[in-house]
Design a binder for this molecule. Structure first.
Ligand SMILES: *[C@@H]1O[C@H](CO)[C@@H](O)[C@H](O)[C@H]1NC(C)=O
Ligand SMILES: *[C@@H]1O[C@H](CO)[C@@H](O)[C@H](O)[C@H]1NC(C)=O
Ligand SMILES: *[C@@H]1O[C@H](CO)[C@@H](O)[C@H](O)[C@H]1NC(C)=O
Ligand SMILES: *[C@@H]1O[C@H](CO)[C@@H](O)[C@H](O)[C@H]1NC(C)=O
Ligand SMILES: *[C@@H]1O[C@H](CO)[C@@H](O)[C@H](O)[C@H]1NC(C)=O
Ligand SMILES: *[C@@H]1O[C@H](CO)[C@@H](O)[C@H](O)[C@H]1NC(C)=O
Ligand SMILES: *[C@@H]1O[C@H](CO)[C@@H](O)[C@H](O)[C@H]1NC(C)=O
Ligand SMILES: *[C@@H]1O[C@H](CO)[C@@H](O)[C@H](O)[C@H]1NC(C)=O
Ligand SMILES: *[C@@H]1O[C@H](CO)[C@@H](O)[C@H](O)[C@H]1NC(C)=O
Ligand SMILES: *[C@@H]1O[C@H](CO)[C@@H](O)[C@H](O)[C@H]1NC(C)=O
Ligand SMILES: *[C@@H]1O[C@H](CO)[C@@H](O)[C@H](O)[C@H]1NC(C)=O
Ligand SMILES: *[C@@H]1O[C@H](CO)[C@@H](O)[C@H](O)[C@H]1NC(C)=O
Length: 685
């Protein structure tokens, strides 16, 4: 990636940039007490006297000379009652001065008594004629300013560097003056004034040495003016994650020295024809996340710059794989997700960037597979591969062993997991969910458990035992094997995975007793064992710390019998509730921040639980001897145990939002009431 910190000396040019931020509402009301401070009323009076009143100084039709009735004697001598003056209710200090459109004419010098009003928070002098005054560096005497409006008031010269000291500024309007923002530059201003939400610089000359303009994530709004194309020495333009709208001016694409263009995550619309790209040195081109249609064809590929970073996610690319990418053999980072690309990933694309490509995101298209069938995908340094949400058919594609994140969920893949997957010893996330993969899981799957955090095989047709091969340095944090046909026992080597936070084996054929040994996992938050062939008595916890982090546990639709030890319940339900509507949804979205190779990948593993409400007619399962093994619940049984049927769901959410549900076919009514009363307040029946 080219360095973005490069500055060049450039000839002058004027850039009229219109930058809106979200405007914060100010509420103010004038106060009557206490009276104005003498020194402030004098300062105001002297300020008035340093100027003349001239109707042609203001252009707003409703302008009038607000200062005309200011007087230091008589009834209205309290400056807090003067037009345009706002005082603090408690201290009586002047905190607001709004003399916009007040027909003021004359200069504001550095010795102006305006700068004696050190308590000012709001200053609006817009639409007057300050006779080409410069903004004096004494502006620094007003450190409490959070709203400064000097627009349309004939200021001139360089905006003083002292403005950077006004760290409370939230809103600045310097528009429509012949001001220059060069030293400090726009970049400095935005970086130094971290509270800034509103910045209007219409007509302000921000020429200077503008080779790099990075204003990412600044809540910038408005349109990019087409004159930006006059910045011919611009090397890097970063306007990502703002709320800019309108079309992208084509002049940007002709900037001859541009190397980086980041316009992602804005509200741009319209069509971008890559054939118009003339910036031959462009290496990073990111348009992701707008409302753009990017078009181009193979004829364009000849004249295109060689991209290293290409972000065209959600750019309405449709039809066959974008042929304008022909010849792009420097690719490193490619995002083409969320488009409408159809058919196969062509052979020519598989030959591009075989040594350089490390991030490839093709999620959410209509891709059916790879044109060239190949054991291992050809990009030797790939680290991130997302193919989820396509129409991929056939065998599971295997990325190279450098891969750390591989997501291929929601496709139509079939067959087994090839042994070759176990060579991916750097894998952190493996998501194969929602495909038609089948057969037994490879024994060597345990080999990746000492690097992987997430193993998501949900909703396939895997069968046989879960390999008992979780290694002693297991790093897994989430295991989701739900909705398969796995059988046998929960492998005891899973006890090696002490980082485990989520274990979901719902809807399989696991035949085991209650895995109380999972209770020692210090981080286990979600344990879903629903709809299996688990059986036996759930004993009392052996240690007080068992399952102490659990937020969701679902044991329903198994063959457990006996009592559910209240000791577990105490902790599982030590929470407040509250769900008033049915069906009940419960969502868990643990996020993993994965940092690798200089990039942070946030990974949201989301899981929604649905209860069909009260908890409908419960399913009954035939267990063991073929009997429906629901025992009759006994009233008044042991004080610390809850007699339950075979279906128990306790759902909690530690961060305050919690609910608990008992799905019991048979449950001691009195205990149930007690449980509801004590733990499930707000529950409505
Ligand atoms: C008011 O200002 C205008 C333009 O700046 C000027 O021509 C005119 O003479 C001024 N009038 C007075 C009364 O100063
Ligand atoms: C404005 O500036 C000009 C030239 O500097 C000066 O002649 C004129 O008197 C000034 N006008 C006012 C109202 O101060
Ligand atoms: C402020 O300074 C100017 C010269 O820059 C001078 O003409 C004026 O008299 C001064 N005003 C006061 C109030 O000292
Ligand atoms: C500055 O004041 C002018 C005149 O009152 C007004 O039109 C403009 O919207 C103000 N700017 C901001 C950012 O509030
Ligand atoms: C900037 O570009 C516009 C056209 O986009 C042109 O009209 C204008 O003259 C240019 N300004 C300078 C200073 O080059
Ligand atoms: C995207 O643009 C199309 C027209 O080009 C418009 O109909 C649609 O509302 C826009 N979507 C958003 C989210 O702005
Ligand atoms: C996406 O492209 C299709 C043509 O392929 C076009 O009809 C549609 O309007 C485009 N959508 C947007 C939002 O630009
Ligand atoms: C590519 O260029 C050739 C020759 O100019 C032209 O015949 C052909 O139609 C072009 N193809 C596309 C897809 O525009
Ligand atoms: C794993 O990688 C090694 C070395 O690259 C290779 O020899 C071996 O065949 C691979 N194993 C599988 C099952 O593909
Ligand atoms: C998996 O781990 C076992 C034991 O550590 C080792 O013998 C085997 O070669 C590994 N398999 C692969 C494909 O790395
Ligand atoms: C943990 O892993 C080691 C080595 O892979 C294995 O021998 C051991 O049985 C595992 N621990 C448990 C509790 O299964
Ligand atoms: C419940 O959890 C707390 C910590 O969250 C722990 O101190 C306590 O021992 C636990 N009680 C039982 C019965 O597990």
């Amino acid at each position: 990636m080219p360095s973005s910190v490069r500055f060049l000396t450039v000839r002058m040019f004027s850039l009229l940039l219109l930058l809106f931020f979200h405007l914060r509402a100010c509420h103010s009301s004038p106060s009557m007490h206490p009276l104005c401070h003498d020194e402030e009323s004098h300062a105001l009076m002297q300020f008035k006297q340093s100027l003349v009143i001239n109707e042609s100084a203001s252009s707003d039709p409703s302008s009038y000379p607000k200062v005309a009735l200011w007087k230091v004697d008589g009834e209205s001598r309290d400056c807090c009652s003067w037009d345009g003056v706002e005082c603090d209710r408690d201290s009586g200090h002047v905190i607001g001065l709004d003399l916009s459109s007040s027909c003021l004419h004359g200069s504001i010098d550095s010795n102006s008594t305006l700068f004696h009003l050190v308590h000012l928070r709001r200053l609006n002098l817009a639409d007057n004629n300050f006779n080409n005054s410069e903004i004096a560096s004494e502006i620094r005497n007003l450190p409490r300013l959070f709203d400064l409006n000097l627009s349309m008031s004939h200021f001139t010269g360089q905006i003083p560097v002292e403005i950077l000291e006004l760290s409370k500024l939230v809103s600045i309007d310097l528009g429509w003056n012949s001001l220059k923002l060069q030293k400090p530059g726009l970049q400095h201003l935005v970086e130094a004034l971290t509270n800034l939400e509103v910045l209007h610089l219409i007509g302000v000359d921000i020429s200077a040495k503008l080779a790099v303009l990075q204003l990412d994530q600044n809540k910038l709004a408005g349109q990019i003016p087409s004159w930006i194309g006059n910045h011919t020495l611009l090397i890097s333009l970063g306007l990502g994650s703002n709320i800019l709208h309108g079309p992208i001016p084509e002049s940007i694409f002709r900037l001859p020295n541009l190397e980086e263009l980041d316009l992602q995550e804005n509200l741009f619309r319209g069509t971008v024809n890559v054939g118009l790209l003339r910036s031959r040195s462009l290496v990073s081109f990111q348009l992701n996340g707008n409302n753009l249609s990017v078009i181009g064809n193979s004829n364009d590929s000849v004249a295109l710059p060689k991209f290293q970073i290409l972000g065209l996610g959600g750019c309405n690319l449709s039809g066959e794989f974008p042929s304008f990418l022909h010849g792009q053999n420097h690719l490193e980072f490619v995002e083409l997700g969320g488009n409408k690309i159809e058919g196969q990933i062509p052979k020519w694309f598989m030959n591009l960037g075989t040594q350089t490509l490390w991030h490839l995101d093709l999620f959410g298209n209509f891709l059916t597979g790879f044109e060239q069938s190949i054991d291992i995908l050809p990009w030797n340094n790939l680290r991130y591969l997302r193919l989820s949400g396509n129409k991929l058919e056939g065998a599971l594609p295997i990325p190279p062993r450098s891969t750390i994140i591989y997501q291929v969920s929601d496709n139509r893949l079939t067959g087994e997991i090839p042994q070759a997957i176990c060579n991916l010893t750097s894998l952190v996330i493996l998501q194969l969910s929602n495909n038609n993969l089948n057969s037994k899981l490879p024994q060597c799957l345990g080999n990746i458990s000492n690097s992987a955090s997430v193993l998501d095989l949900r909703n396939n047709s895997f069968s046989g035992d879960i390999p008992d091969a979780f290694s002693s340095d297991c790093t897994l944090r989430a295991i989701d094997f739900r909705q398969n046909q796995l059988e046998g026992k929960i492998p005891r080597s899973l006890a090696n995975c002490t980082e485990l936070e989520i274990l979901n084996i719902e809807e399989n054929k696991i035949n085991d007793v209650f895995p109380s040994w999972l209770g020692i996992f210090p981080k286990l938050r979600v344990l879903i064992l629903r709809s299996n062939r688990l059986h036996g008595v759930i004993g009392k916890p052996r240690a007080t710390f068992e399952f102490q982090r659990l937020q969701i546990v679902d044991l329903s639709d198994n063959c457990f019998w006996g009592k559910l030890p209240l000791e577990y319940f105490r902790n599982w339900t030590a929470m407040k509730t509250i769900y008033k509507e049915r069906p009940l949804y419960m969502q868990v979205v643990p996020s993993f921040q994965l940092t690798g190779y200089g990039m942070t990948y946030p990974f949201d593993y989301s899981m929604t639980m649905t209860n069909k409400g009260l908890c409908g007619k419960p399913l009954s399962r035939k267990c063991g001897n073929g009997e429906d093994s629901l025992p009759a619940a006994k009233r008044g049984s042991a004080a610390y145990a809850i007699e339950f049927g075979w279906k128990v769901v306790v759902i909690g959410y530690a961060s305050g939002l919690v609910m608990g549900v008992i799905l019991g076919c048979v449950i001691d009514t009195r205990k149930y009431e007690w449980l509801v009363k004590n733990y499930f307040a707000g529950w409505q029946r």
